[in-house]
Design a protein around this ligand. Sequence first.
Ligand SMILES: NC(=O)c1ccc[n+]([C@@H]2O[C@H](COP(=O)([O-])OP(=O)(O)OC[C@H]3O[C@@H](n4cnc5c(N)ncnc54)[C@H](OP(=O)(O)O)[C@@H]3O)[C@@H](O)[C@H]2O)c1
Length: 273
Amino acid sequence: MLTDLKIAFIGGGTMGEMIINRLLSTKTVEKSERIIVSDPLSAQCLHLEKEYGVRTTNCNIEAVQGASIVILAVKPQVLAEVMAMLKGKIPPDALVISIVGGVSILSLCQGLNHAAVVRTMPNIAVQVGHGTTVWSLSSTVTEIQRSHTQVILQALGKEFATQNEHYLDMATALSSAGTGFVFLYIEAMIDAGVRMGLTRTQAQELTLHTIAGSVELMFHTSEHPAVLRNKVTSPGGVTAAGLYELEKGGMRTVISNAVLAALSRTQELGNMS
Ligand SMILES: NC(=O)c1ccc[n+]([C@@H]2O[C@H](COP(=O)([O-])OP(=O)(O)OC[C@H]3O[C@@H](n4cnc5c(N)ncnc54)[C@H](OP(=O)(O)O)[C@@H]3O)[C@@H](O)[C@H]2O)c1
């Protein structure tokens, strides 16, 4: 799919490794030696070489030499140092794809002195090919580079392009931090099951299948969640009793406030970097 393109990863940590894994396991990249990873940790480099057959280096400049695609997968805290090192060193016709949270396309273009940049916001579910990635691109990205981006992101799950970069901050709050919110909900349901007397395993199985089934039903019917909720809420019934407690506890407002707090924080971190 990306035959014979050299792909350089700057940072081979959690996200970098997940993306490499998906690119190779889906055969989006057929030859592992076309991938080179730069990471300061020699133990991580050895692990990546052994596990995936990719090439590694401790030198970012060496990694980007001759690369067609450069994937920035470092933490925002080290990005300034990385960009200073790579400034003017990335081949002019290469595409830079950043997964770094909160850093704008303008900052990336200026920091790297590079024109073709795609900013993405994936989430942790890329690990199993069910990720959600929202992405936006600089005006100089070519049609071919655009389709390469789509091919890469489709190996990770669903991808949604947007021309409005502000949506990436919203995606950070809703679909990236959102995974953390969902995990907390799952944990609370499992704990409630245990409190009633189920084993943790039973409670986890019931909770996960309930959530997966509800999601599947929504995808299948495309009905508004309130319509589906009303279908399971009989007058004076069991669900109504539970829903009353959720509303009394302010569940909607708490969730809405959590997402908006995540949005403010991502904007704050973006301004700092
Ligand atoms: N985790 C998520 O769910 C998620 C979701 C969306 C986006 N992101 C974004 O993905 C990016 C990476 O996150 P992560 O969770 O993969 O972080 P991570 O596990 O810390 O990976 C970053 C890697 O970069 C390496 N590194 C540090 N300094 C470097 C340098 N100067 N040159 C090259 N590599 C360097 C780190 O090595 P050391 O360990 O030795 O420092 C580490 O292996 C972040 O910007 C984050 O905002 C993460």
